[in-house]
Write a protein that binds this ligand. Sequence first.
Ligand SMILES: [Mg+2]
Length: 124
Amino acid sequence: MTENNKNNDLETVISFFKKEVKKFVEARNWTGYHTPKNLIHAINCEAGELSQLFLFKDYKVEEILNNKKLLTNISDEIADVFIYLISLINALDLDLSQIFIKKMEKNKKKYSSKEFNNGIYYKK
Ligand SMILES: [Mg+2]
C-alpha cells in the first residue's frame, strides 16, 4: 500500500484507490481486458454475488452486524464491486469527485426533499 493510505475513510483519498487498482491491473497485464464492457459486466457479476448473499433472506442490520462471517462476505463483495468501479473510472479517465458532485446536484433537483420523503420514491 502507498504512503497516502491511513486505512480509514477519514484519511484515505480517492486517488489512493485509483492508483492501487491501476497498479494491481498493470502488474498482471490485465489492462487490455479491462475494457468498459468487460468492467461493466464484472461490476454486475460482483453486484450479483452481493445480492446472492441476501437471496430469500431479509437480514436486519443487527443480524448482519452480529454475524461475523456474513459481514465479512458482504464486505468482500462490496469491495469487489468498488474495485471494478474504480477500474472503470480509470479506464475512462473520469474524475470521481466531479461526476459525483454533478450527479448529486441533478438528483437534488429531480428528487426534492419536499416531494420525495418519508418513503416516497416516485412522483404522484
Ligand atoms: Mg466477489
